[in-house]
Ligand binder design. Structure first.
Ligand code: PLP
Length: 376
């Protein structure tokens, strides 16, 4: 039971506000494996190709400017993004990763008693931000690991302030047609913010049109987010951004920490925008190996969700010896780190980031050995 405010006053030590201790801290993908000096990390959907050499050069050059506070308006990056994507600069919001953008949205729109609606396998960072504001999380059932618009809408009531959807989604990798996103938006009250998390947008190639910026441009309640962490391979620098109505940006800017995107990050991100070659190579790698991984893992009898992201989600049997938990440990013992997703309500699945050819082949070989273990 959460203590009442009077209890907090009388407590013999500082008590976190109600709800904080109910939050499960974000669990990042594993980075180490016992007894393995340099495991291959396929557990956090990072870019296996590294990052653009241009971004790295810009980052190194920033070493001479570490004494200066960053530009609080993120002007160089703001102008770079606006030009690249054809967006109005004053409608952009930058964050320490898109994670901070999600938090800022929650802090600005959620108060205790409000609720946030998300698909049942929604990205963990959203709910952490919402819970910290005292909001209720409403999980909408998915259908075959796909976001279900009707189920989302069924959860919406007069206390709903935010609806989060990632397309393609994480950890499932699945996507829904943009017509479904439009249908969701049309049915939402205009007071509800629809957050369209596009962390994997660039990897959704050749699978239907995506018009999130076009749709958002004419609406007053849509926030479209993107990140430099995945396609651009700059996860370490923590740069995410959103395109929102100017009045939403202006509201959020009142509480945003002024220097939330540092100078090396801003410079590297701008340089990354200008490296079309790296971007294309990142997409090509995923386009080459995602279907192969899907086919190979399915061939082993695993249940692979159709992915439009830079990873695949594989469902394992529940037979002892062949479970997802055991598969994760087996691959780790061979030096390959993958992501168990039990905390996403998917205890029988493993999420595997697309790697280089040798990694992908090693994972398939490893899982073939795992699934074929006699009497296991
Ligand atoms: C990786 C990821 C992000 C990106 O988070 P950053 O804070 O920008 O690194 C956002 N949403 C989803 C669904 C993700 O998987």
């Amino acid at each position: 039971m959460t203590p009442l405010p009077t209890d907090r006053f009388k407590a013999d030590r500082p008590m976190p506000k109600p709800g904080i201790l109910d939050i499960v801290a974000y669990k990042p993908g594993k980075a180490t494996a016992e007894g393995i000096a340099h495991p291959i990390k396929l557990s956090a959907n990072e870019n296996i190709l590294g990052s653009s050499p241009k971004a790295q050069a810009a980052y190194a050059e920033a070493a001479g400017k570490l004494n200066l506070y960053p530009d609080p308006r993120t002007t160089i990056l703001r102008e770079g993004i606006a030009a690249q994507y054809g967006l109005e600069p004053e409608r952009l919001l930058f964050g320490c990763g898109s994670d901070e953008v999600f938090q800022l949205l929650c802090q600005t729109y959620l108060e205790p008693g409000d609720n946030m609606v998300q698909p049942e396998h929604g990205f963990a960072a959203w709910a952490i931000g919402a819970r910290a504001c005292g909001a209720e999380i409403r999980n909408a059932p998915e259908k075959d690991l796909h976001v279900n618009v009707d189920a989302l809408l069924a959860q919406v009531d007069e206390r709903t302030r935010l609806v989060f959807v990632a397309n393609p989604a994480n950890p499932t990798g699945t996507w829904i047609p943009f017509s479904e996103i439009r249908r969701l938006h049309e049915a939402l009250p205009p007071s509800v913010v629809l957050v369209l998390d596009g962390a994997y947008a660039e990897f959704q190639t050749g699978e239907g049109e995506r018009e999130d910026f076009e749709l958002a441009r004419h609406e007053r309640n849509i926030a479209v987010t993107r990140t430099f962490s995945k396609i651009y391979g700059l996860a370490a620098l923590r740069v995410g951004w959103a395109y929102l109505p100017a009045e939403m940006t202006a509201a959020i800017d009142r509480i945003r920490l002024p220097f939330n995107v540092n100078i090396p990050a801003q410079l590297a991100a701008v340089a990354a925008l200008g490296d079309e070659d790296f971007r294309q190579r990142s997409i090509d790698l995923v386009e080459t190996w995602r279907p192969w991984m899907t086919q190979q893992l399915s061939g082993l009898g695993l249940d692979v969700a159709p992915s439009a992201a830079n990873f695949v989600l594989a469902g394992f049997p529940t037979t002892p010896g062949k479970t997802a938990v055991e598969a994760e440990a087996f691959l780790a013992s061979r030096g390959y780190l993958t992501r168990g997703v039990g905390n996403y309500g998917l205890p029988n699945h493993l999420r595997i980031t697309i790697g280089l050819e040798e990694h992908n082949r090693a994972v398939v070989d490893g899982l073939a050995a795992f699934m074929g273990r006699a009497g296991a």
